[in-house]
Design a protein around this ligand. Sequence first.
Ligand code: TRP
Length: 336
Amino acid sequence: METKPIVLTGDRPTGCLHLGHYVGSLQNRLILQDQYQQYVMLADVQALTDNYEHPEKVRENCWQVALDYLAVGIDPEKSTIFIQSMIPQIAELTIFYLNLVTVNRLKRNPTVKTEIQQKGFGESIPAGFFMYPVSQAADITVVKGTLVPVGEDQLPMIEQTNEIVRTFNRIYQTDILKECQALVPKAARLPGTDGKAKMGKSLGNAIYLSDPQEVLLKKVMQMYTDPKHLRVVDPGQVEGNMVFAYLDIFSPDPVRVAELKEHYQRGGLGDVKIKQYLFEVLDAQLSPIRDRRAQLSKDLTHVQKIVLNGTAQVEAVAAQTMLEVRKVMHLDYKLK
Ligand code: TRP
């Protein structure tokens, strides 16, 4: 009999979640929670690896991200939301796994390499940041996750995890750890409102799930379209035009989008018109989320209880994993 996959996914709580998260992972999680046991982790320890000077911000963002989760419909009856730093077994496993990985192997991790450049660490790379892929292997294996929904940029983490799993099982002659599989969303990555390939907080080109209606309108009105489309009568370009890129993803009416594209290319359709339509499309999807979020944020204690309750459930699972790990590693010290 085949056992149901256990899903482990999560986010670094470094800010509120945006539309890129929505199409890239949140929508998938709503589907996955109906089919599998899904754990959704607030990766505060990982967030600290490059925010260690601002733990209070990471903490606040944990609650904000939890609000985003609940607002989009991640259901605590179906998904278990938990806080990484409250599971000490993750830290424990990380220490054991570090012996199974070489420094050279970590140096070759393409995701970490790119991030080191982006964050400008230079020669002063925090060791905690450098080894976070090992900690990520602990996140996944502590709940015996076998299906890990991640963006394409995270594939090296899954590879690293499976290497650790295989090495661990070989050296300690066991099969208690399970290899996992990445689940990469089919949807193309959502570009930023400015036309950059990626939507991101640090890039200042994001539309947040928590943005009030007037902020949404403003951001849509400032979106990158076709800089050569100066007069309404001029033909405009659809490729690279963010309004159409977003309409392709979010509009429920592809026929109307095709007509608008055709009209825009022919000339006679102004940017304000297409932006007004995109605003309506986005607002129709975001306003229920926004309303639920506002409702939930009135009682943050309730949200915190949900997260701490999920964390307690994970603690129990993690304790069981640790018993098994300690046994095969001959670390189950006790008096005979
Ligand atoms: N590295 C992920 C990110 O940057 C977050 C994360 C931490 C994660 N641990 C994980 C994702 C385990 C999947 C599984 O978004």
